[in-house]
Ligand binder design. Structure first.
Ligand code: GLN
Length: 424
């Protein structure tokens, strides 16, 4: 089955030895690769070839990995299904007729199909965890600042991180060991060793004896019945291994999706201003009027979802509306962060379904953007709070559709979520 996981197939060789020697790591197409096209799933960048490697790509090469290709994605990371790509939708290789999730759908699909050993995705509001859940593999979004964003084409820079997608928690943790750590070219990176354990692969020991799991009721109640069943079955399994759980409340998450989309679209409207056909992107020609030139480039280069978000983001930031939307969203973000911090004082990790629904049927959400946005209810709060989270397979619905379980940890507490995930 041709599921359209790659935009560009290639072979970038790494050094001869290192912890990833002999392994293939696919890279999402919004992460810069020197000499190899990096399109962000957009016609705007169809012929863009970066002159440099992202820091994570440099680290993969040094670790001995081979990069077999650049993976398909929703245009500029904007989507939950990998259907907004200018290069055609990716299909879910393990659930025919269904979407692979998004926006890193290509990365999850090539791992699920066995066409790469592992992959890198990016997660602004769930784009590593959602496709991992929908394709039945593991995906980890690191704490904001653990992994360098140098060379990542920005969508909403205050929210996003590059993260590993792999068949198992241990492999995802091995990949994290390679890409994590400070980078002088990204001033938001931190040295996590000051915050605790940083040997990620070693933490995949499955030992949850004595672990205290908080379950935010708000993130479970809204999920489909079939998803809730698999979630509670997985919790039973963890209890049998010595973990205990208690319910917690995160009242602020009711506003997380709204706050996320206001902030993400506002940042996107600013970040995507550089695609004007002069600095970057397809040329809009020139016949005496630069405004026309820019407008033509953006009209031709961007797809409908990107246009919608640039328009809404520009509106939210405009004079007179800034306080009403953007500032309110920032207040909500602070509240979400505070709620998570309080809940994590009483628990080692928090657990919820990754996605409230099983994978959509193809085409199902395209006509209804709001429906697609609301599916991000459980993932976006974690980005607002800058915390680490992992999605691991938790079972299947009666129809054989994958269900993912999300564990959220304290800032730089990646080892806690890796331990919990590896127990499942
Ligand atoms: N689905 C979310 C969005 O469309 C998340 C995307 C992402 O994490 N890149 O913005």
């Amino acid at each position: 089955m041709s599921y359209n996981g790659y935009i560009t197939e290639t072979r970038i060789d790494g050094s001869d030895d290192g912890p990833l020697a002999g392994r293939s790591i696919a890279v999402k197409d919004n992460i810069s690769t020197e000499g190899v096209p990096t399109t962000c799933g957009s016609a705007m960048l169809e012929s863009y070839v970066p002159p440099f490697d992202a820091t994570v790509v440099e680290r993969l090469k040094q670790a001995g990995a081979t990069i077999p290709g650049k993976t398909n994605m929703d245009e500029f990371g904007m989507g939950t299904t990998t259907e907004t790509s200018a290069f055609g939708a990716t299909e879910n290789p393990v659930a025919q007729g269904h979407v692979p999730g998004g926006s890193s759908g290509g990365s999850a699909a090539v791992v699920a199909a066995g066409d790469a050993d592992m992959a890198l995705g990016t997660d602004t509001g769930g784009s590593v965890r959602c496709p991992a859940a929908f394709c039945g593999v593991v995906g980890l979004k690191p704490t904001y600042g653990l992994v360098s964003r140098y060379g990542l084409v920005a969508y909403a820079n205050s929210l996003e991180q590059i993260g590993p997608i792999a068949p198992s928690v241990e492999e995802a943790a091995e990949l994290l060991d390679v890409i994590a750590g400070p980078d002088e070219r990204d001033a938001t990176t931190r040295d996590a060793t000051e915050h605790g354990e940083t040997a990620y692969a070693a933490a995949a020991d499955g030992d949850v004896d004595g672990m205290d799991i908080g379950i935010p009721t708000e993130l479970v109640e809204g999920a489909d019945k079939a998803v809730r069943e698999q979630f509670w079955r997985a919790i039973d399994e963890l209890e049998a291994e010595g973990a205990s759980y208690h319910e917690v409340s995160l009242p602020s998450v009711e506003h997380a999706v709204e706050a996320y989309y206001v902030i993400a679209m506002s940042e996107a409207s600013s970040n995507l201003a550089r695609f004007d056909g002069v600095r970057y992107g397809v040329s809009g020609g020139y016949d005496g009027n630069w405004n026309e030139t820019f407008a033509t480039a953006r009209e031709e280069g961007f797809g409908p979802e990107v246009k919608r978000r640039v328009l809404l983001g520009t509106y939210a930031l405009s004079a007179g509306y800034h306080d009403k939307y953007y500032k309110k969203a920032q207040d909500a973000r602070a509240w979400v962060k505070q709620d998570f911090d309080e809940a994590l004082e009483e628990a080692d990790v928090l657990a919820s379904p990754t996605m409230p629904v099983p994978p959509f049927e193809r085409g199902e959400s395209l006509d209804d953007p709001l429906k697609m946005y609301l599916a991000d209810a459980n993932t976006t709060p974690v980005n607002l709070a800058n915390l680490p989270a992992i999605s691991v397979p938790a079972g299947e619905t009666d129809d054989g559709l994958p269900v993912g379980m999300q564990f959220v940890g304290p800032a730089f507490g990646e080892t806690d979520i890796i331990r919990a995930g590896s127990a499942l």
